[in-house]
Design a protein around this ligand. Structure first.
Ligand code: HEC
Length: 89
């Protein structure tokens, strides 16, 4: 009887853990987006989309640190945008 109870407990624990892991995984819709897409979708929400040529690489580093927080971007999104901006300036 005790064994069955333990088994049921394990089942619950595993079920809860898998739900937690599934929710923590970054959705495909975000990981699949390119830097250009993320830039086009996010950087015009509050001001005109800044063109890549407007700043140097060093300036973009600083700006993206700041805008990552302001725009509520994930580290991965900010890095993709930064990579694009640096490749196109
Ligand atoms: C939630 C609103 C918001 C979003 C989204 C946003 N910005 Fe900004 N941005 C601001 C505000 C407000 C300022 C000016 C005040 C400041 O610097 O905090 C600013 C300033 C800037 C500046 C400085 C401009 C200058 O002339 O010095 C740059 C560059 C910039 N944003 C780039 C971006 C990029 C790139 C993105 C996309 C990743 C982005 N912003 C997304 C609100 C936003």
């Amino acid at each position: 009887m005790k064994k069955i109870k333990n088994n049921i407990l394990w089942l619950f624990a595993t079920a809860i853990l898998s739900v937690v892991f599934v929710q923590c995984a970054t959705p495909q819709s975000i990981t699949a987006k390119t830097g250009v897409q993320l830039w086009g979708e996010n950087c015009n929400r509050c001001h005109n989309t800044p063109t890549p040529t407007a700043f140097t690489d060093a300036n973009w580093d600083v700006a993206l640190n700041h805008m990552e927080i302001k725009a509520n971007l994930t580290k991965m999104e900010a890095e993709k945008i930064l990579e694009f901006l640096k490749s196109a300036n």
